[in-house]
Write a protein that binds this ligand. Sequence first.
Ligand code: DAH
Length: 344
Amino acid sequence: MSTETVWAKLQSLMGAAIDDINKAADSSILTALEKKYLGKKGEVQAYMQHMKELPPEERPKLGALVNDVRGKIESKIAEVSKNIENAKLVADLKNRRLDLSLPGRIPACGAEHPLQKTQREIEDIFLSMGFEIARGPQGEWDYFNFEALNFPEDHPARDMQDTLMLENGALLRTHTSPVQVRTMLSYAPPIRIIAPGTVYRRDDDVTHSPVFHQVEGLHIEKGLNLTHLRGILELFAQSLFGKNTKIRLRPSFFPFTEPSVEVDIACIFCGQKGCRLCKQTGWIEILGAGMVDPNVLKAGHIDPEIWSGWAFGVGIERVAMLLHGISDIRLFFESDLRFLRQFR
Ligand code: DAH
């Protein structure tokens, strides 16, 4: 065979090899083809047998040719093998249910309702001062809601709280104050409690809801007076609204306290310059309080000659509205997620 013939045959062998390799569908076929063409007993190597048929000066040429063809087939195999691997990876990723490269999904989490949050904040302040939490029923007797709290029967003071009546002298409690007497009847003084809970009144507008929430406070000890009440309420207001918050006490009337006061905070919106929210007065009313009336202590079987007490009642909705600048109380009860999500 002449060098030309060998060259031509090698060329067509290379063409056939490349065709075969291009068609290879997986790596085991490629391995077989590699063996077939490039193996020690492979088809390319076979051409080296023609070496002795060639004139000595042509022999190196044949060696170079064979190496060249071998190199080309090798790089074709490498190329196709890489393509096969890539295709496998893509198919693999497509089939896999779990793709660890995706960003994580944050589970939908609930959050505290703004009223719940405000109640907890109020509780935390008093718990840190050594108060304990007391509770009473929402369906209450007229006796605890009014009579024991020194509201005489048919007294006009009952009109302050438009009551939802049940049957047989029962009603939906109009305030958390009945927990005062219930606690006095259950525990011996000294007493230091707060009583958070739901209360009901026939009331419905942008600042009043027929169902709302209060926290009652009651402290019974020997020798308490208004300055103790003032001190604790100042600390309370400062913990809630900021440490520079000023408070003031104004005379008021509640049947169950004597003297009674209305407690205001210096307007947190205008810094007391006067605004719509403080009605240009510089002060915002936040709660009612006073020294526990001796008649109430007596109803709780506590001797007013020995013990004295102060009490307060604060509206949770009112505090939450002030804290978050909310002007419509109904937002708390509409369960609108756009509103609620703002408190996360
Ligand atoms: N119970 C009163 C109300 O709902 C609030 C209140 C005023 C509670 C004075 C008190 C108090 O304990 O001392 O309007």
